[in-house]
Design a protein around this ligand. Structure first.
Ligand SMILES: Cc1cc2nc3c(=O)[nH]c(=O)nc-3n(C[C@H](O)[C@H](O)[C@H](O)COP(=O)(O)O)c2cc1C
Length: 159
């Protein structure tokens, strides 16, 4: 299988503060919830910490098909990872390999019950409509300025 998590995808994932994990249950009922403890594990997999995600875990046990999306809310670009997820629990030897980058993020503050290992099948860009509808006046810089105003955030002088 080709390596879908390229350096560019990794950079986009690492720039995102949150990701959104979409799963569905046996009836097809969708569920989506935010996760902030995640990491690129290798060129095909992203790991997400199950700290407080019982419904996601339940759904992944019955349906491995998932979608994970990341958006840099300031630049207003991101990506969608379409793939499958497996829940890896501490009882299996390979758990330590998968959980390691998550411990580096979460430290001891949060207990990690298990790890969702997301294997990418496809990666698609997410782009705010302004980039397409108003290309002559939309740049990453203008989007950042606009998002800063929308969210009422003041940028550091040095940034
Ligand atoms: C900003 C934010 C970050 C979160 N990060 C995580 C996380 O990394 N892992 C996790 O298991 N839950 C995380 N949560 C909590 C879950 O999103 C929340 O418990 C949710 O209800 C779980 O839903 P689920 O059982 O449908 O997955 C986060 C919540 C918020 C608001």
């Amino acid at each position: 299988m080709s390596d879908l998590i390229t350096a560019e995808v990794r950079e986009s994932v690492e720039r995102s503060v949150l990701c959104w994990l979409a799963t569905s249950d046996e009836s097809g009922q969708p569920n989506v919830s935010p996760k902030e403890v995640f990491a690129v594990a290798d060129s095909q997999n992203i790991v997400v910490a199950n700290i407080a995600s019982p419904q996601s875990a339940k759904n992944i046990r019955v349906n491995q098909k998932i979608c994970l999306s990341f958006v840099d809310v300031f630049v207003q670009k991101g990506l969608k990872i379409i793939g499958t997820a497996a829940e890896i629990k501490p009882s299996v030897p390979e758990y330590f390999r998968w959980v390691e980058p998550l411990h580096a993020i979460a430290g001891d503050r949060y207990p990690i019950h298990s790890v969702f290992v997301v294997r990418a099948i496809a990666v698609e860009p997410i782009v705010a409509p302004s980039y397409r509808f108003y290309p002559s006046e939309t740049t990453e810089k203008s989007q950042v300025q606009s998002a800063l105003r929308t969210y009422g955030v003041r940028q550091d002088k040095g940034a």
